[in-house]
Design a protein around this ligand. Structure first.
Ligand SMILES: Nc1ncnc2c1ncn2[C@@H]1O[C@H](COP(=O)(O)OP(=O)(O)OP(=O)(O)O)[C@@H](O)[C@H]1O
Length: 151
């Protein structure tokens, strides 16, 4: 991880200090990082291009175009994007509340009122996606296998 995080820093010309890994997706590693000049905490999503076929690369381009054009309270903001020969780095607003699976793991069964608020926020984001003719197709609380076993 250390070598990989050093790679991230050099890829961004020293603009960001990588603090820790916060998650992994099928094609990416997400880091908590700080912008060296402003001190702003961001999520640095490192997308490994070698893991993407042409179709997925096109999807990523669409995602970048879309995210850079929207400003919605329930959609993570894309603040910047960089690329080197092997990765695309998305600089994203950092969500320090963690993902929904971690929330459920920590708090247990969710009260109806809270569940309702989550669903309203999800619905508001979906509504915006649909107004741009986008279907998400991968909504999930980020449930990993070890979590499923404890359900
Ligand atoms: N902006 C963010 N702020 C804080 N944590 C984040 C942020 N974006 C992603 N993460 C964390 O990193 C994990 C991986 O996110 P990522 O977007 O790479 O993959 P995914 O879309 O969840 O998975 P997959 O690509 O496999 O469908 C998330 O589950 C979340 O825990």
């Amino acid at each position: 991880m250390e070598a990989e995080s050093k790679g991230v820093v050099s890829a961004l010309k020293g603009d960001y200090i990588v603090i820790s890994e916060v998650g992994r997706g099928s094609f990416s590693t997400v880091w908590k990082a700080v912008h060296r000049q402003s001190g702003k905490v961001v999520a640095l999503k490192q997308v490994h291009l070698s893991r993407l076929n042409r179709h997925l690369k096109n999807c990523l381009d669409c995602e970048l175009n879309f995210l850079s054009s929207v400003n919605h309270p329930n959609i993570i903001r894309l603040l910047n994007a960089f690329q080197d020969e092997s990765c695309i780095f998305m600089v994203l607003e950092f969500c320090d509340g963690g993902n929904l699976a971690a929330y459920i793991r920590q708090h247990g069964r969710v009260e109806e009122q809270i569940a309702k608020r989550f669903m309203q926020q999800l619905g508001a984001a979906m509504k915006l996606l649909h107004s741009h003719h986008i279907i998400h197709r991968d909504l999930k609380p980020e449930v990993k296998q070890e979590f499923m076993e404890r359900w």
